[in-house]
Design a protein around this ligand. Structure first.
Ligand code: X8Z
Ligand code: ZN
Length: 653
């Protein structure tokens, strides 16, 4: 079901997050139903016809609230100001009130024997949104204001570094661009104040541990200011979740997967258990390679890895430090950033190229309005929410992306990711409003990533980015796999731990005093990383990751990193591809496109196993496809790690 809140989200506003509800009734709703059936005399029970009318009216109300809210949210994300925050908070509060009203009203039909489809819709309404406001005067407004404020604080985040930093040769070079007339222009800060985009560039490219630490710590100065509001927000949505019949908001989130909420927690641990051995080998290898660059003092071989040395602000993807971990004995892979630059790609061309991939599979091209209304590069003159997102403004054709795109291989992947959301939104546009969503939220995140897996060297030749004789041979397989594993395998424990942290926040295992230590305990336990130095007492490091102040559930990305490989394998099987999975591209394959579209068209109208089965033949999420994809790398890693002592002390420092 749709999320009524309008605060920004990765698939923003209309076709929103994790709202599919249990097809098997949750324990609560079964009890509700039995109680209602036992206590309500048959003649006063509402009829199926009344339920139908209720759903029709609900649909009209939802569409109307979104019509206004979607625009407010879009403008806010594109112009982050006091006033637009206020407008989006108002719209959000309206959505939230509507959600609460519909959830409560839907309970009237608990004891009614409804056709399956109507029961699914009623149950979706009963679950409400991921951020339910308590049903009392002022609560929805307070919650909406806090949420809009947190999102805005993140969007405007900046910090200062000593001015001398920008006199350094390596830093200056990073911020110097060549202009069309051949002259060079310094685009870095004059006053030492930088934003996340600039900090990201430094984390990705610079290799001085002392400087990395400064940048890493600097970005985390934006978040202590969020902590009180975050704490209050947790209180409010827990209260709202309890009113809906859940023990806390984490349980509400976990209930959005067509299965019992407790079973979902077991399910993600099962999937993690499948892929954890691969992660541990990668961790061991990368730590060993970083040790060779930085030495024992900076990267001791028995410790978690310093989080600021992995090329990414959150150590969630490590591909940017691939050059430090490049397999010595393998032929080189492909440097997509260099290819994009060499071929004169700009942000727009990157998006057009991604669109072309989808149309090559038979999807209809994006409408003119996409190109007129999307934000593709960062404007210089105002604050925007730069975290990439995909939007659907009218539930039909008005899809857009908002991205501060840089010409890098990383953003080339992200562009495909975002368009995946847009093509999914269009595929399910004929569904009723309740089902305009992913089969589960992991599906929504996996569509574009699955396409991204088809960006093989052979594909790059087809679109003219790579010369035919530049295609690396089999002896480069390990290099190719290592590069993507440093992004996709490295991501897995991060994808898992972010919501493990939120679940602990919601259920009270963590308190505001232990929010930060709890965050690092999970970072250490799952990722095997540690902060570069002790954290200050007021640190609120989770707030320095977009999805925490942006209030976007995160388990979806963990699921997507499993699902995209399942989709890819199924697609390659359908295409009759016989080589190793990482060499398979379904570019131009309309047959695969047709089947993929058939799954996408379903939206959330059926429980997600039905959608998964429609495309892959399986009803289970399963880590074996990612294991198969990286099997040659696993063998390589095990050989390289022989004699190394792997692992780390799992307790936080
Ligand atoms: O937030 C995103 C997308 C938008 S839904 C850019 N991702 C996660 C992140 O950046 O943390 C994609 C991968 C994980
Ligand atoms: Zn996404």
């Amino acid at each position: 079901m749709k999320r009524f809140f309008l605060a920004s989200s990765c698939i923003a506003v209309l076709a929103l997050g994790a709202c599919t509800d249990a097809q098997t009734e949750s324990t609560e709703s079964t009890i509700d139903a039995l109680t209602a059936a036992a206590t309500t005399p048959v003649e006063t029970r509402p009829t199926v016809q009344e339920a139908r009318e209720f759903l029709e009216a609900a649909e009209r109300d939802i569409v109307e609230v979104y019509r206004v809210g979607a625009r407010a949210a879009w403008i806010n994300a594109n112009f982050v100001t006091f006033d637009t925050n206020s407008l989006v908070a108002d719209a959000s509060a309206e959505g939230s009130k509507l959600s609460t009203r519909l959830s409560n009203d839907a309970k009237r039909f608990n004891g009614v024997d409804l056709p399956e489809d109507m029961r699914r819709k009623i149950d979706m309404l009963k679950r409400g949104s991921n951020f339910p406001a308590p049903n009392r005067e002022g609560a929805a407004d307070e919650l909406a204001k806090i949420m809009a404020g947190l999102d805005g604080t993140y969007a405007k985040g900046e910090f200062s570094l000593p001015k001398e930093v920008f006199d350094r040769k390596d830093v200056k070079a990073l911020f110097t661009v060549k202009q069309e007339d051949g002259t060079k222009l310094y685009t870095g800060p004059e006053d030492g104040v930088i934003n996340l985009g600039q900090a990201t560039k430094m984390m990705a490219n610079l290799r001085d541990p002392e400087l990395m630490k400064q940048v890493w710590e600097g970005w985390r100065t934006i978040s202590p200011a969020m902590k009180d509001d975050y704490t209050r927000m947790v209180e409010l949505i827990n209260e709202g979740a309890q009113e809906l019949g859940y023990p806390d908001a984490g349980a509400l989130w976990r209930a959005g997967y067509d299965m019992d909420a407790d079973d979902f927690a077991v399910e993600v641990d099962r999937l993690w258990g499948q892929v954890n051995p691969l992660y541990e080998q990668l961790h061991c290898y990368v730590r060993g390679e970083l040790n060779e660059t930085y030495g024992n003092d900076v990267v001791p071989l028995d410790q978690p890895i310093r989080a600021d040395l992995l090329g990414n602000m959150w150590a969630q993807q490590w591909g940017n430090v691939y050059p430090l971990a490049e397999p010595a004995d393998a032929a080189p892979g492909v440097d997509t950033t260099a290819l994009l630059e060499k071929n004169g790609y700009d942000a727009l061309k990157m998006v057009k190229t991604a669109e072309n991939f989808f149309t090559s599979m038979g999807f209809q091209e994006l409408p003119d309005t996409f190109w007129e209304r999307s934000l593709i590069t960062k404007p210089e003159d105002r604050d925007v929410q730069c975290h990439a997102s995909a939007w659907n403004l009218d539930d039909q054709q008005d899809v857009r992306i908002k991205m501060c795109t840089e010409v890098t291989g990383e953003d080339f992947q992200t562009v495909h990711h975002e368009l995946g959301h847009n093509f999914y939104q269009r595929a399910y546009k004929a569904q009723p409003v309740f089902y305009k969503d992913g089969a589960n939220d992991g599906f929504h995140e996996a569509i574009g990533d699955m396409i991204g897996l088809s960006i093989t060297p052979e594909y790059l030749v087809k679109i003219g980015l790579l010369d035919k004789d530049g295609v690396p041979g089999e002896n480069a397989d390990i290099a190719l796999l290592m590069k993507t594993a440093m992004d996709k395998v490295a991501f897995l424990p991060f994808g898992l731990m972010v919501d493990k942290w939120r679940w602990q926040v919601f259920d009270g295992t963590l308190s505001p005093e232990t929010y930060n230590d709890g965050w690092w305990a999970l970072r250490t336990q799952y990722q095997g990383i540690r902060p570069p130095a002790d954290r200050p007492a007021d640190a609120f490091d989770p707030g320095a990751k977009y999805h925490i102040p942006g209030n976007t559930p995160y388990m979806r990305y963990f699921l997507a990193h499993i699902l995209q490989f399942q989709f890819h394998k199924a697609a390659c099987d359908q295409a009759g591809f016989e080589g190793p999975l990482h060499r398979c591209s379904v570019y131009g394959n309309e047959e695969v496109g047709k089947k993929f579209n058939a799954m996408m068209e379903m939206g959330s109208s059926k429980p997600w196993p039905d959608a998964l089965e429609a495309f892959t033949g399986s009803r289970d999420m399963d880590g074996s496809a990612i294991l198969e994809y990286y099997a040659p790398l696993m063998t390589y890693l095990e050989t390289q790690n022989a004699g190394r002592s792997c692992g780390w002390n799992r307790d936080a420092e």
